[in-house]
Write a protein that binds this ligand. Structure first.
Ligand code: ADP
Length: 590
């Protein structure tokens, strides 16, 4: 995060620096332009100063007489020469190059004072723009590597020109001027130049002629030049201020790099400030993050402990408002979870206790029923034995009524015995006390054996029975005795609920790893709504019709429980008045 912040800040500083530099360049160039204009105007008073120097000469009577007379008085000539000499001494360039000149109205040179060795005959005339009745300052011109200029004024009398006064000055070394200008320019590296406003001559403050700047170009809003005579190896900006009274201009010149020198240090300082701010910001972010993440870390540890079942962990409810709130919510949640967990544990243990109690009760019931059935079986077997004795005539001959009664006693005894057997098995199944011995059972063999057992009943009912094996040598993985018990129950029911002369049919076939043993009859059938109920204990379709010897409604319950316990199932399809099909499904031997 800090790195991202640093990047963003660095980008912002760079963009800002560029903008500041650009802005400062524009500002600096604007300032230079104004300074140049001021400097240009500083040249204007030259005219006044020349006028002040010229005035005593122009108004002097001796000078006028000298001009008006063809043979002037030698005293007037001497006086005029003295005045002209003063003009030269007043000129700071009196060391050399300065010259004063008096001409007649027709242009003849009447007098020359000063340095007459400089031959400017070719340049002097063109250098002065003559004004008919006021002072004219001429353009700068160069002779022998030195820069000169002419100042000239007409001398009139009664509106008629009687002569012309001129003085030639030279621009020489002026270290003071350069120093003063530099302090005025302010910016280090600033150069000051003179030039004729028309650009015909460029020269330094010290009067050294130079070539004009070349290759102008515009970078952004700033115009730059190449000016090797002033700044070598770098482009420059230059601004000129023209004088309004002379044909001269002042030029301020500065390397482009110096234009925004001041702002570079500002930008540098700004960048350092940003870096410091960034470090401080990073530290602050780290501290704040720590303040937030430390409680979150503690909460994570507590939550992990809770996930492992330890609900005793709590977190400190301190820190900022939000964190404090989160902490207290977490603690509340932990307390509630702990309480809920304790409740759950209590409920689970009481459920366990209840289950154990129920199992105990079930076992007691099973034991009771087992004991009961055992106790009941003994007298019932005794009854069967005595009935048999009587039937055999061992207690004397029986009349037909006695035989009929004995037969009823025998059926009741068998019914009771069967009932007891079924209740016992049912109870054992409920208590999961029935054990199974799974083995590979040959389906055809099992069917034939069961057939033998049921055959008397089928014959007695006069039914048409058949067994159809679709796949010979088919085997199931099941308990042989239990499977036979189920088949026997199905066949018995089929025989019981099919009218004499009806059909009873068994089939076997294999499909998808299972074996389907079907027992179909053309009996009374079962009402649709009873199809699921007949598997419930003690349910019979029409109890009134079922006499005690006909069963108690446990056969199908036991059969389906046994089938399911062996990994199979018992299903029924039936149409009332048409017949029923019971299907025993068992896993095929793999
Ligand atoms: P039980 O035969 O001792 O009554 P079951 O559990 O074997 O007990 O059968 C329950 C009831 O289902 C029977 O009383 C009978 O009403 C009905 N039932 C069973 N098999 C058939 C069948 N093949 N045809 C018609 N009804 C049947």
């Amino acid at each position: 995060m800090t790195a991202v912040l640093a990047l963003v800040l660095a980008g912002a500083v760079t963009v800002l620096a560029r903008e500041i530099r650009k802005g400062s360049r524009v500002l600096a160039s604007q300032q230079l332009k104004e300074k140049a204009a001021t400097l240009g105007r500083l040249l204007d008073p030259v005219v006044t100063s020349v006028e002040n120097q010229f005035r005593p000469i122009v108004n002097d009577s001796a000078v006028r007489r000298t001009l008006l007379t063809s043979h002037p008085d030698p005293r007037d000539v001497t006086s005029t020469r003295t005045l002209l000499s003063r003009l030269i001494t007043a000129n700071p360039a009196s060391d050399s190059g300065a010259m004063a000149e008096l001409r007649a109205a027709d242009g003849r040179i009447l007098m020359r004072v000063g340095d007459t060795s400089v031959d400017d005959s070719r340049r002097a005339t063109s250098a002065v723009t003559t004004s008919p009745d006021s002072i004219s300052i001429g353009s700068f011109f160069e002779v022998g590597g030195r820069v000169y200029y002419w100042a000239r004024t007409p001398i009139n009398q009664n509106g008629v020109r009687i002569g012309m006064l001129s003085s030639r000055g030279r621009i020489n070394n002026q270290p003071d001027v350069e120093k003063n200008l530099s302090s005025l320019g302010g910016q280090e590296g600033t150069k000051f130049l003179y030039k004729n406003t028309d650009g015909s001559l460029w020269f330094t403050i010290n009067g050294r002629p130079i070539n004009p700047p070349v290759k102008p170009d515009t970078t952004g809003v700033i115009r730059t030049w190449s000016h090797p005579d002033v700044v070598s190896g770098e482009r420059v900006v230059l601004y000129q201020g023209r004088s309004t009274t002379t044909p001269w201009s002042m030029v301020i010149e500065l390397p482009v790099s110096k234009l925004s020198a001041g702002t570079t240090s500002i930008v540098r300082r700004f960048a350092i400030l940003c870096a410091i701010l960034l470090v401080l910001g990073a530290v602050a972010v780290w501290l704040i993050t720590r303040r937030i993440t430390a409680p979150l870390r503690r909460m994570t540890i507590a939550a992990e402990a809770m996930a492992k079942g330890d609900y005793t962990h709590r977190v400190a409810e301190s820190g900022d408002y939000e964190i404090r709130r989160l902490g207290s919510s977490f603690n509340r949640m932990a307390t509630e979870v702990e309480a809920a967990n304790m409740g759950l544990k209590a409920a689970a243990s009481s459920a366990e206790r209840a289950q154990a109690t129920a199992e105990e009760a079930n076992a007691a019931k099973a034991n009771f029923l087992a004991a009961m059935s055992h106790e009941l079986r003994t007298p019932l077997n005794a009854i069967a034995g005595y009935v048999q004795l009587l039937e055999m005539g061992l207690r004397g001959p029986l009349n037909p009524e006695q035989e009929a009664d004995l037969s009823r006693i025998k059926r009741s005894q068998e019914y009771l015995l069967g009932l007891i057997e079924q209740v016992l098995v049912f109870t054992q199944l409920e208590a999961s006390q029935v054990s199974f011995n799974p083995e590979d059972v040959d389906v055809d063999t099992l069917m034939r054996d069961t057939e033998t057992m049921i055959a008397p009943q089928i014959r007695a009912r006069g039914l048409d029975y058949s067994y159809d094996s679709k796949e010979p040598e088919l085997t199931v993985r099941a308990d042989r005795a239990k499977t036979q018990q189920i088949l026997l129950n199905l066949l018995t029911n089929g025989a019981k609920f099919t009218h004499p002369g009806g059909r009873l049919k068994a089939t076997s076939e294999a499909r998808n790893g299972s074996v389907f043993l079907k027992v179909s009859d053309t009996g009374s059938g079962i009402p649709q709504k009873m199809l699921s109920e007949i598997f419930e204990p003690f349910v019979q379709v029409d109890r009134k019709l079922n006499q005690p010897r006909e069963g108690v409604g446990l056969g199908l319950t036991i059969s389906r429980d046994l089938a399911r316990a062996m990994g199979g199932d018992l299903l029924v399809e039936s149409t009332e008045g048409v017949g029923s099909t019971f299907t025993l499904v068992l896993p095929r031997t793999s």
